[in-house]
Design a protein around this ligand. Sequence first.
Ligand code: XMP
Length: 503
Amino acid sequence: MIGDKLAQYTGKLDHVKTGLTFDDVLLVPKYSEVSSRRDVSTTSKLTEKIGISVPIVSANMDTVTEADMAITVAREGGIGIIHRFMALEDQVAQVSRVKRTESIVIENPYTLPDSSAIGDVRDLMNEKNVGGILIISKDGKLKGIVTSRDLRFVEDQHSAVAQIMTKRSDLIVASKKTTPEEAKEIMQRNKIEKLPLVDAGDRLVGLITAKDILKRKQFPKACKDSKGRLRVGAAIGVKGDYLERAEKLHKVEVDALVLDIAHGHSLHAIEAIKKIKKTLGREIQLIAGNVATRQGAIDLIKAGADSIKVGVGSGSICITRIVTGSGVPQVTAISECSLATRDSGVTLIADGGIRNSGDITKALVAGADSVMIGSLLAGTDESPGEIVYRGNFRYKVTRGMASMSARKQQLAKERGTRHEINHMRSSDEQEPDLIDYVPEGVEAIVPYKGGAVNVIRQLVGGLKSGMSYCGAKTLTELRTNGEFMRITDVGLKESLPHDVEEL
Ligand code: XMP
């Protein structure tokens, strides 16, 4: 009897699944008609409504993405997600900075009243980092313009701005209907850099700058919205001020919100998705995660997510798998989740663990529409933080957002005691809020790599070559043609430089 009953049981290791990650597999080379990287298109989607010309998303980490990184990544054709570990108003300012960097028409150019002093103009120019301020009357009529050239040799800061501005009577202006081509022609003919737009009553309604027109030529693949502004995303949490954050970010026209929690397959995340969609409307583009299973992806899609971020414990600075014992090797996680996103109108972002362009190609074959990159971009000029030296080598610091170091800083910011907590040593952690904190990330250094553009272009170049090896001219063809082969440890050894001494 007992024996019969026991015979029905299955052991936890019976039918156990195997999880594979990037180094466990290679892509089988296929017949290819690609003769040049120029034949290959890396166009993809962040969400169904947001096109990207390179499938790269910079991670919402405080050592990776603030406005500088987001601007560079968007100009290269991807998109950056501004992290959330700052005051709400700072995050809103970061998003606004990206959105103002370029546009066809600047709809709300910086202005000052005609009663202002020269010093006010100089201050505003410095604060906003712009080269010109428009001067208007109380009723919004255009009165003149001051550019940095007008200020160059002026010492007196107290005199009225009217003394140095180019007056309305000498200004070339145009109407709001002016096309970029017409604006270019007007600026060229009159040798001017800024073209104010006015309505029939001479009220200022916009500004077109030569710089914006040139930028369009310089970065033809840039990821832009319908107004010609660079696209940018921003992360929010699922607790505290997250709904207010979402609303304020939406107000400054953030392109996508990223619901950022480590264990996204949770009631918290599902409720937050529903609440955000209910409050801000279905149109708001909402990326949710992180998950690592098909069911996780299905549940977030059902709740209303527009894109699913996949990766639990895959990141370079993550110790989640060690601390909790949970996670799914990344290629398996992507492949599983893609079974839920495929044909659903919801995209998949493979987040974490990308170390080179080959990993990107593998992630896309496994079913991702784009990859999120952290540490690979952390050592660049555009990532927040200073360069540190070790011997003759230069590095930058990166860290998990669930590391002890990040937690200390978040706590210090909440309390306004940055100095005190930042200087605590890990052995001193008697602080009540830290003593129970279990980090799931580490702090580390990565080699300094110069500008992020070089890193991105190397990654995209490698991806294009990878597509060629799979006989694919588009990412759709890559997904169809791509075929994985599982390799052994010896095979991996063969893949790396071997039996030579690298210089
Ligand atoms: P890479 O490998 O590109 O990964 O540096 C970036 C991703 O790592 C995740 N992340 C964390 N995961 N503990 C974790 O388990 C952490 O402290 C942590 N911080 C970041 C995140 O998904 C990021 O995009």
